[in-house]
Design a binder for this molecule. Sequence first.
Ligand code: AMP
Length: 285
Amino acid sequence: MSGVPILRSRAELRGAVRRWKAAGEVIGVVPTMGALHQGHLSLVRAAKKHCDRVVVTLFVNPKQFNNPEDLENYPRTEVEDAAKLVPFAVDALYVPDGEQMYPAGFATTVSVEGLTDVLCGAHRPGHFDGVATVVTKLFLQTGADKAFFGEKDFQQLQVVTRMARDLDIPTEVVGCPTIREEDGLAMSSRNLLLSDRARIPAPVLHEAMQDVADGLARGEAFDALKTAAEARILAAGFTEVEYFDLRACDDLSLLDAPDRPARLLAAAWLAGVRLIDNIGVPARG
Ligand code: AMP
């Protein structure tokens, strides 16, 4: 099997995109920050199914990190990532550097209001501006007809959907289900930062969320379920529950009960690593 074509410049990418468009091909993009796992690969699989050409992007976007140490510690595994993509025969792995994405004098920020004020947006100032800005650039650079994002980052999925709609960018944003480890932990590049010891209690976050969803389905009150879930997460060894919310799927407004399509979303710290997760909650009639 030959390797995945790696493109490092906008000019190379533009050339490939021009040829594909001229041939009338449907282009799909899968934006990532690398350290690829089965969650990312599920997006690649979906893109291959729905598109003629698939570009995976790998860029650890400094603008979406609000903490320099977090940016420095983020796993970088380009060689392994390229190898993982070989079986999928993607058409390009686009790996721009900072200079390609943010050349000297870069001065534009894409900011989505409202949706970004809550959850991760409230705890990571500037994070979603960084996401919206880089994703706008990636949509425009790849000219993608479809872009594949994970529900794992549910708020991000809502933000990029809103951004594309508001800016008339003709890229269809496609959401794909969260892929989990066997014990329920949502796959994430950040899981690599957990020691073997810290990895043991990690699935408790998802277990506690699942219990709350089950309780809600039985008609129990969210407040009491949330208090018990947070206590369980902390007792398992997490150091902080940053948020544990029930919110409406469409506008992420806070809910007391799932009286419209709803989602439980949580972020919690374990051994210095911030884990996030979310699950759907059946609407109560
Ligand atoms: P990241 O590399 O963390 O920026 O993620 C790149 C894309 O992969 C985003 O659309 C994520 O939502 C998606 N993703 C990350 N983890 C998972 C997962 N466990 N299941 C499905 N998609 C995921």
